[in-house]
Write a protein that binds this ligand. Sequence first.
Ligand SMILES: [Zn+2]
Length: 402
Amino acid sequence: MKKSATVLTNLKGLLTPDPQSLWKIDRIDDAAIAMSEGRIAWMGRRTDLPAAWSDSPTTDGGGAWALPGFVDPHTHLLFAGDRSGEFNRRLHGIPYTQLAAEGGGIRETVRATRAATVQELVALGEERLQTLRSRGVIHIEAKTGYGLELDAESRLMHAYSELKRRGWSLDVTLLPAHDIPVEFAGNTEGYSRVVKDVWLPELVRRHPGVARYCDVFIETGVFTIEQGRQILEAGKNLGLQPRIHADELSWTGGAELSAELGAASADHLMFCSEQGMKVMAASRVTPILLPTTTLCLGMRDWAPARAMIEAGCRLALASDFNPGSSPCLDPLLVLRLGCLQLRLTFEEALTAMTLHAARSLGHSDLGHLYPGARAAIALWPVQDPLELVYWVGEAYVPYVIC
Ligand SMILES: [Zn+2]
């Protein structure tokens, strides 16, 4: 008998993207999954289980549907404080510009995050990761970017490093170019230079091997395309692959830049151009769409998901978890908006939240249930997986193996 081997049986079925194809989903009724050393060794119809596995111990799947665990490829996991008060003031009609002028908005989160200790940040991160896992998310990407000063960004890196040490499955992205801090108000160019020439090298030196990616918020009034290019090239020279907050509130050419730089992803993209879609598809940049952000901002401009698929993009979906525009740790809401507002089919939305999300982070062993994949599986108590989107307000809770 194989060491730590078990066969997951009594499954109503399994549903998994086919990692050899772009959008194909395999559906197997009455399935079984053989697992060994934390990896999937075999999966298929229960009645086809190879003889070599017939004496292995079994794990009861409880009649559930097995789906790959979700991968969330865009979160701002670590920040302190919350902005629920500001949220209600907006509902009372006070414009964001007034709140920002009063020191609210992202500045409030930056103040709270700068005041938090590493232990406090780790505790916040762990609580949020527990919540995500209990809802079927088994791996995330997580950004810095609410410190906006060297030592505060460094504390965020320290906290991410500790979360990884505790066994949480996450990839870290450096995002000091998330906004312009008060200390550099009116001097975006000066701040860009400090980030690329001083902070990025120093953060990589202090926390070797912790960050894999570098990100910039390219937007009218925040960082220009040219500033973004220079910061991301500085990151590349330090071994950090680019990801980009691109074309979110207006077209700036972020998608085009992502292709030029060989970025892992371009994210948001509500105002992506047709040319941007073409070059992302040709350069294998993953467009990552964040529908809960569009929802929470009350925007009508949903990202052009269907046009991206037609252009040949392998798009992914993510939560954009953050305190301002997406205070959401609910993968089912992302999945449902993917279907209801981005007009993806259920199969496409599921693939976007598993296989393509994992691929955008370079993990070929996540996001599917084929042999060799990590045994990171969500068992959903439904008669058919379609119920997860069809019963739109239902709070299904999976049993998660990972
Ligand atoms: Zn974001």
